[in-house]
Design a protein around this ligand. Structure first.
Ligand code: ADP
Ligand code: ZN
Length: 722
């Protein structure tokens, strides 16, 4: 009689034991189908000693496993990573496992799927819905469900179009092989500095040992070209590489550069993939056929057959931190994966995080520096514009000296980038008669006006409202005024100042897929755009040689939040966006608008003295015992029932363990006191570096009970304090 412990893909369940029926062969890592009540679920066989169960069942009560999937078993290295992640971030192991097996359909046997696409034939009966569907679908292809989502119509409308002949089925093979990148396709001639860096990284790939690197190079120094050589080394050794990028919008420039260097596209993994693409990619990753995978953080847990290298590009980016579900930091988990799999991990950044620099100082990460731009390009000239002395006219946001610089740049036929990290037209709308402010009913947040689509929108819960004709409070007509600028408002101002200059707004509202990003890049390169107004989405990755002027509209914005990383984040953001200027042969200029030019972060940016800024920030963290010198964990209590949330938060606060090495602050209402209709309270645990916070929190919360309506989430190493 043989039994197997199985971790099912259901976060609410712990591991369960099953009987392995006669003739079925399973081993730890096998992906199996197991019965649960009347249902069947996918799961993975685990070593019982690594996955203790608190509900062991006698042999006679075991149910039989149903089947074993015909896919490679999850390797022990990945199983250890799942355990570590669950343990460190206090998450259910099954929730982590689900990130390794996100496409359960990929496990199913079928080698083909039926997708649908438009034929160009116009159906006899062209209802408005059908017309909308055909217009939105355009050249796209996908399952009925996917096309319905794209077109914003029901599945029935799509099926009707299939019947009418306007849409036809196409058979797509999931086993079409991916093209193999060629390490010798078009290697660049590296500068001596780049060559030394590339050689060291390639050596580390060949050594097949765990080694984290910080590839610290100024913007335009050729970090990408350098780590491409490490990828080439992995390719020659027949091993896979994972490249993590912070935004899917960045994959587009990356894909093109990759194809230029290696002759073919890498395999992409992100949320915008069709189901068939996802299935095909997952299988190729698990078989080892996908040699280079580029993706967002969700690519980190996939079951690579023969991983040889991980690159985390723009490693300082906070979007590597996942805030929903398992609250993990992909940069940190990437390093752990490198450790379990015995391979080098390259963290590339022009503005490394203080946490990462600290690891270098401790000697755990090896630093490789590229201090100058490639090809003699100079770093741009930076200047602060003091908004107190040189203010924009009333109701405008661009200071006269910045406007003049834009004029000069346009006159030379060069391109301008204006950076403001705020989507929409205005962050707040109010009634000038009664002062009524438009707030989201579900969140502690103002509704943001998006004038282009005539909507008020909550950026937290997605609520959408139409701007009313009159004030809902005092009924005054035409009394609503927009307060403060968003990118759309800056675009309007630019339009009035430079009516002949073509503008583009680049935010997640306009660039929401790699295809949209490609379109933007093409228009920039063709010179069809003169002025870009964008959020942090345009601050990184792009290389436009004719872009020579960057204006930071409001440098004080990111400092306002005041959390422990505010100054660091401001520095990174402005240094990154400045890095878009003057990347070619023409020199670049950067103007930073601020009310406080003497703030240390602004002075550091303007003087170029990053070192003393980092030193002062690091010292301040040291004194406060803040990360990386101490540990933080946040406990977020939320419920639709306000009283239940308050009481549970108090209960958790009251029972906080005291004593050496750990201190608990709170509970207090969260700054975002309401989010998506849930009332929120926070506690913050501060502990010494050496203290086992996870253990303490597990013991503490594990002994408590709270109503079902209350959710208690733990965020280890938090980045958001809202
Ligand atoms: P970073 O990632 O450090 O900002 P990139 O890798 O994007 O820098 O390089 C900046 C630009 O210089 C890119 O267009 C890149 O193709 C070019 N470049 C860098 N190194 C070389 C090289 N050795 N040969 C040719 N072009 C290079
Ligand atoms: Zn909301």
């Amino acid at each position: 009689m043989s039994r197997a412990r199985v971790l099912l893909l259901n976060a609410a369940l712990g591991p369960l034991d099953y009987r392995v029926p006669h003739g079925m062969a399973v081993a730890p890592g096998s992906i199996v189908v197991a019965p649960l009540g009347p249902r069947q679920l996918t799961g993975v066989v685990w070593e019982p000693e690594h996955m203790p169960s608190d509900a062991e069942v006698g042999d006679n009560r075991l149910r039989n496993l149903v089947a074993v999937h015909d896919t490679p078993p999850l390797k022990p290295e990945l199983r250890r990573l799942v355990e570590w992640t669950a343990d460190y971030y206090l998450a259910p192991p099954a929730a982590v496992l689900r990130m390794a097996l996100p496409s359960s359909s990929a496990l199913e046997g079928g080698r083909t799927v039926l997708e649908y696409r438009a034929t160009g034939r116009v159906p006899e009966r062209l209802t408005p819905q059908r017309a909308q569907a055909l217009e939105r679908i355009g050249e796209r292809q996908g399952l009925v469900r996917e096309l319905a989502l794209i077109a914003d119509v029901s599945d029935g409308v799509i099926r009707g179009l299939v019947k009418s002949g306007a849409i036809e089925p196409v058979e797509v093979s999931l086993d079409t092989p991916f093209d193999q990148p060629d390490p010798d396709h078009a290697p660049p001639a590296l500068s001596p500095e780049q060559q030394a860096a590339a050689t060291r990284l390639a050596e580390a790939v060949d050594a097949r040992r765990f080694q984290p690197f910080l590839l610290d190079g100024v913007t335009g120094s050729g970090k990408t070209e350098v780590y491409f050589e490490a990828i080439a080394a992995a390719l020659r050794a027949g091993r896979q590489t994972l490249v993590l990028l912070p935004e899917i919008a960045l994959t587009e420039p990356f894909l093109r550069r990759f194809a230029a260097r290696f002759g073919v596209l890498p395999v992409a993994w992100h949320s915008d993939l069709r189901q068939s693409q996802r299935r095909r990619a997952w299988r190729a990753i698990a078989s080892g056929e996908a040699k280079v995978v580029v993706g967002a953080r969700s690519a980190l847990f996939l079951p690579y057959a023969a991983l040889g290298l991980i690159v985390v590009d723009e490693a300082h980016e906070s979007s590597f931190k996942q805030e929903e579900g398992v609250a993990y930091h992909a940069r940190d988990v990437a390093v752990m994966r490198g450790r379990f799999e015995e391979l080098p991990v390259i963290l590339a950044s022009a503005t490394p995080a203080i946490e990462t620099r600290h690891q270098v100082e401790l000697g755990r990460y090896e630093e490789i520096r590229l201090p100058s731009r490639f090809g003699g390009a100079q770093l741009p000239d930076m200047a602060a514009i003091n908004l107190v002395q040189d203010p924009p006219p009333r109701g405008h946001w661009l200071a006269p000296s910045l406007v003049q610089a834009i004029e000069e740049t346009l006159a030379r036929g060069e391109q301008v980038l204006l950076f403001l990290n705020r989507r929409g037209y205005a962050p707040l709308t109010l009634c000038r008669h009664c002062g009524h402010r438009f707030q989201c009913p579900n969140c502690t947040a103002w509704l943001v006006e998006h004038r282009l689509v005539r909507r008020l929108q909550c950026h937290h819960c997605g609520l959408i409202a139409t701007p009313p004709e009159q004030c809902p409070e005092c009924k005054a007509e035409d009394s609503l005024v927009a307060c403060g600028p968003g990118v759309e408002r800056i675009a309007d101002e630019v339009g009035l100042l430079f009516p002949d200059a073509a503008r583009a707004i680049v935010t997640s509202d306009t660039i929401w897929s790699p295809a949209k990003a490609a379109e933007f890049v093409a228009r920039m390169e063709a010179g069809e755009i003169s002025i870009v107004i964008g959020t942090q989405l345009v601050t990184k990755g792009y290389h436009f040689p004719n872009l020579t002027l960057v204006g930071v509209v409001d440098a004080d914005l990111a400092l306002a939040g005041g959390d422990l990383r505010a100054a660091e984040r401001t520095f990174q953001q402005i240094a990154q966006v400045a890095g878009r200027a003057g990347r070619g042969t023409k020199p670049g200029r950067v103007f930073v608008q601020t009310h406080d030019p003497s703030a240390p972060v602004i002075e550091a940016l303007v003087s170029g003295d990053a070192e003393s800024f980092y030193a002062a920030e690091t010292e301040a963290r040291h004194e406060a015992g803040a990360p990386p010198f101490g540990r933080l964990a946040a406990i977020i209590v939320s419920s639709e029932d306000s009283q239940a949330a308050t009481e549970t938060a108090r209960l958790i606060g009251r029972t906080a363990p005291g004593g050496e090495g750990m201190h608990v602050f709170g509970p207090a209402p969260a700054p975002l006191a309401m989010l998506r209709g849930r009332h929120r309270h926070r506690l913050l645990v501060h502990a010494a570096r050496t203290f086992d916070v996870q253990q303490a929190i597990r013991g503490w919360l594990g002994a408590l009970d709270w109503p079902k309506s209350v959710r208690v989430a733990v965020d280890v190493d938090p980045y958001s304090f809202l």
